[in-house]
Design a protein around this ligand. Structure first.
Ligand SMILES: C[S@@+](CC[C@H](N)C(=O)[O-])C[C@H]1O[C@@H](n2cnc3c(N)ncnc32)[C@H](O)[C@@H]1O
Length: 270
């Protein structure tokens, strides 16, 4: 009998990318090589087989796009601080640790309690129970060495636009001149959720529709770049297995590819 879990509705969605990474790790030509995800899937008592469809591979490619933004930050600021807001059971710190970065992984109480069964705080690595919408964790981030890289992967999508905008505006005010990576989904993708097999297996639904990431600039952000599955950073495109590069091209005009974006912003200078 594996570890039993009890997670809130949005929190449960963390099991989708976890399973996606585990399946990827079992593949001969893996993108992320996340062996720990295999270990977690085997340890958790949950029917992962109900997750099917292209979103599993999508969550792997998404993680790869985010990873590359973090790598770019660490090349310039190897001693900086990375904050992953809504980390789930991500192994990003293990993938990208350069031996110098300071790292904070934040997620809600129930997710963090699950995470703590499998991960420990370490030198330069801290897990925090809290919400992306709260401000308590700001002080912890300020105690760490700068500059700071804020990222939030597949989290804000689940919340109403008003709440997301208020949060982004607060980040811009509280963390000026800071890199921020977030993903956005356009209306075509959001309106087809019910047909997506992974969403047929959970009750959470995404709410925040953003057709053009540049429209977020008035919140105090500058859009540096946006990536889709068909246009990954050239440095990682070379490392993606041919099946994904071909699929990106083949499906380059479909909603999940054109309207789902992984975006890099900087907040305005104070
Ligand atoms: C789809 S999962 C993504 C997890 C992780 N970022 C990944 O890509 O593997 C959504 C995550 O958002 C987290 N979450 C939901 N509401 C949150 C909040 N208010 N603050 C922080 N995290 C939240 C959930 O616990 C879950 O881990």
């Amino acid at each position: 009998m594996g570890e039993t879990i009890s997670l809130g509705t949005v929190q449960e969605t963390l099991l989708i990318p976890l399973y996606g990474r585990a399946r990827d790790a079992r593949h001969r030509s893996s993108v992320l090589g996340d062996k720990k995800a295999i270990e977690l899937v085997e340890a958790i008592d949950y029917d992962f087989s109900k997750f099917r469809g292209p979103s599993l591979a999508g969550s792997v490619l998404r993680a790869s796009l985010f990873d590359e933004y973090v790598r770019g930050f660490l090349r310039e600021h190897p001693d900086g601080t990375v904050v992953d807001l809504g980390c789930g059971l991500s192994t990003r710190f293990d993938r990208l640790d350069n031996g110098r970065v300071h790292w904070i992984d934040l997620d809600l109480e129930d997710t963090m309690a699950l995470r703590r069964r499998f991960f420990q705080d370490r030198d330069r690595y801290t897990m925090v129970a809290g919400s992306i919408f709260d401000t308590d964790w700001f002080a912890l981030v300020r105690e760490r060495p700068g500059p700071v890289f804020l990222l939030s992967e597949a989290v804000l999508l689940y919340f109403p636009e008003e709440q997301v905008h208020a949060t982004l505006r607060r980040f811009a005010e509280e963390f000026p001149d800071t890199a921020l990576a977030i993903d956005t989904g356009g209306s075509m993708m959001m309106n087809s959720q019910d047909r997506n097999p992974v969403f047929q297996a959970v009750s959470a639904r995404m709410q925040w529709i953003c057709d053009a990431p540049a429209t977020l600039e008035p919140l105090g952000l500058r859009l540096r770049e946006s990536r889709t599955f068909a246009q990954p950073q050239p440095s990682i495109a070379r490392t993606w297995p041919l099946r994904y590069r071909l699929a990106g091209k083949l499906f380059s005009r479909t909603a999940p590819v054109t309207t789902y974006k992984v975006n890099l912003f900087t907040t305005e200078t104070a």
